[in-house]
Design a binder for this molecule. Structure first.
Ligand code: BJ8
Length: 442
C-alpha cells in the first residue's frame, strides 16, 4: 500500500481495497492520502543517513499502517475482542488490555479533511482536533471505523467540546472521562472514581469482569513497553546520539498503534543494536553537533515537520517532552497489587503523574523539562505548540522564564500541519542553532 524502498523488496504489497470498502473508506481520497504520505516518508525518513537496521521494522509498520494492522484488528474483532480508540495518554490502557481489548490511538497529524472539520468547529481550532474530525468526515481513517468505543477526556476545551460533535458523527461511540483541572485531594478522588467508572464501562462492553490475573498481565505488558521506550530515551543521551530524533519520534508514534508485545520486542532489539553503536562511538551526526530537546504539544503521525526542519539544519533532536514521547512512558506503574481494587487505585495514581498543560498549576512539567535537558545534555529547547493549542501556548511563557533563568537557550514555535511556513521556520531554527553556540551544520 504505502510504498517505501527496501520494504517492497521484503514484502509483496497486498490489495486492501475490499477491506477499506467494507469499512466505508473513501477509496479515491484515501489513495491520494497514501500517495502523499509515501512521498513524505521517502523524502523525510528514507533519505536519512546511517539509519539503524532495526528501523526496518518500523518502516514496515508505517508502510502497512492502514493495511496489515487493520487486518489484525479485524481478526481481533472476529474473536470478539473490543477495539477501543483513544486520544489521550490519560486513558488507562491496562484496563483495556485486561479485558482482552485492543487500544488504538486516534490522533492524526495531517491537514487532510480540515475543510470538512471546519463545517463543525471554528477555523481557529487546533490542527489535531480538526485532523481527527477531518479524517472521519472525509472517510480516511480505517481505525475509527473499527472501533467499538472511542474514549475522550475533559482535557482542553477544544477537545471536550469537539467530542460532543464527534459523538454524533460516529453514531454515539464516544465515552468521555472527566479529568480534573487540579491535582489536589479532590481532584485525585474525582479521577480515581473516573478510572473505576471506566473499568465498569469496559466490563459492560466486554461482557466480563476484570480479574487480578488479567490486570497483572496487562500491567506487565504496558510497563514493559514503557521500559523499552525509556531505554531508547536513555540511549539518546550519548554524543553522538545513535539514532535520529525523526526515527525516535516515529517509534513513539507507532507505540500508539502497534501490538504492544511485538512492539516492545522490536524496540528492545533496536536498543541492542544502538548499544553497539554507542560502544563504537557511531551515531547519526557528528560528535558535538547541536542537541535539541523538543517540548510541548503531541505530534501524531505524520506530523514530522519540526523534527525534519531541526535535523535538516544539522542538529539532532535528543528528546521529546511530549505525550508522543516522555510523558507517555515516563512514569512506571507500581504493579505490586494484590486485588483488582488496589490495582485500579495504583493505575489512577500513575496516570495522575502525567504533567499535561491542561492542569493548573503544572510546575511539575517545568521540572520534567529541566530534568530532561540535563539528562540528555541538550544545547537548547524548542517549545512546540500546535497553533491555537492554548494550554501549551500559554505555558510556554512560564517555561521560557524558567529556562532563561537557568541560561538554557529557548525558542518558542507555534505552527499547524500545513507546509506553508516551512521556510520561515527553518530560518528561525537555524538562527536559534547559531545562538546555542553550536551553529548550523549541513
Ligand atoms: S495529556 S497533551 S494527549 S490532552 S494540541 S487537542 S491540548 S488544543 S492533545 Fe493532549 Fe492528553 Fe494533554 Fe497529552 Fe487540546 Fe492542545 Fe489541541 Fe491537544
Amino acid at each position: 500500500m504505502f510504498k517505501t524502498n527496501h520494504i517492497e523488496e521484503d514484502h509483496m504489497t497486498k490489495d486492501y481495497k475490499q477491506m477499506w470498502n467494507n469499512l466505508d473508506i473513501n477509496l479515491e481520497a484515501h489513495d491520494g492520502l497514501l500517495a502523499v504520505l509515501s512521498d513524505a516518508y521517502q523524502n523525510i525518513y528514507l533519505s536519512q543517513n546511517n539509519r539503524p537496521e532495526g528501523m526496518k521494522y518500523f518502516d514496515f509498520v508505517i508502510s502497512e499502517v492502514h493495511g496489515l494492522r487493520i487486518e489484525e484488528i479485524l481478526e481481533a474483532k472476529k474473536e470478539r475482542k473490543k477495539i477501543i480508540g483513544t486520544f489521550c495518554v490519560y486513558v488507562p490502557e491496562e484496563l483495556i488490555l485486561s479485558l482482552d481489548g485492543v487500544c488504538i490511538g486516534l490522533c492524526a497529524g495531517a491537514e487532510v479533511g480540515s475543510d470538512e472539520a471546519e463545517k463543525f468547529v471554528p477555523r481557529n481550532t487546533c490542527a489535531l482536533i480538526k485532523a481527527f474530525m477531518g479524517f472521519k468526515l472525509a472517510g480516511l481513517c480505517p481505525y475509527i471505523q473499527t472501533t467499538d468505543l472511542i474514549v475522550g477526556e475533559t482535557t482542553c476545551d477544544g477537545k471536550k467540546k469537539a467530542y460532543e460533535i464527534f459523538d454524533e458523527i460516529t453514531g454515539g461511540k464516544m465515552y468521555v472521562m472527566e479529568i480534573p483541572n487540579k491535582k489536589g485531594a479532590d481532584g485525585r478522588t474525582l479521577w480515581r472514581n473516573e478510572v473505576k467508572r471506566f473499568a465498569e464501562k469496559l466490563e459492560a462492553l466486554a461482557g466480563k469482569k476484570i480479574t487480578l490475573k488479567k490486570l497483572n498481565g496487562a500491567s506487565k505488558i504496558v510497563n514493559e513497553r514503557r521500559e523499552a521506550l525509556h531505554r531508547l530515551s536513555l540511549l539518546r543521551s550519548f554524543d553522538p546520539s545513535p539514532i535520529s530524533g525523526l526515527d525516535a519520534l516515529l517509534i513513539n508514534q507507532v507505540s500508539f498503534y502497534d501490538d504492544p508485545v511485538r512492539f516492545t520486542a522490536k524496540v528492545s532489539e533496536l536498543c541492542d543494536e544502538l548499544d553497539e553503536r554507542v560502544k563504537e562511538g557511531s551515531g547519526v551526526s557528528e560528535k558535538g553537533s547541536p542537541r535539541i530537546l523538543v517540548s510541548g504539544s503531541p505530534m501524531a503521525v505524520p506530523n514530522w515537520k519540526l523534527h525534519a526542519i531541526i535535523e535538516g539544519s544539522g542538529a539532532t533532536v535528543v528528546g521529546e517532552e511530549s505525550c508522543v514521547g516522555e510523558r507517555n512512558f515516563g512514569a512506571i506503574l507500581d504493579d505490586g497489587f494484590s486485588s483488582v481494587e488496589e490495582g485500579i487505585e495504583k493505575i489512577a495514581a500513575r496516570y495522575m503523574n502525567i504533567h499535561c498543560a491542561c492542569f493548573t498549576p503544572n510546575d511539575e512539567r517545568l521540572s520534567d523539562i529541566m530534568e530532561m535537558a540535563k539528562r540528555l545534555k541538550t544545547d537548547g529547547i524548542i517549545h512546540y505548540a500546535i497553533q491555537f493549542c492554548t494550554p501549551y501556548m500559554v505555558e510556554a511563557f512560564k517555561a521560557k522564564k524558567t529556562l532563561d533563568n537557568k541560561g538554557i537557550p529557548f525558542l518558542r514555535i507555534e505552527t499547524d500541519y500545513s507546509m506553508e511556513d516551512m521556510g520561515q521556520l527553518k530560518t528561525r531554527v537555524e538562527a536559534f542553532l547559531e545562538m546555542t553556540g553550536k551553529g548550523v551544520r549541513s
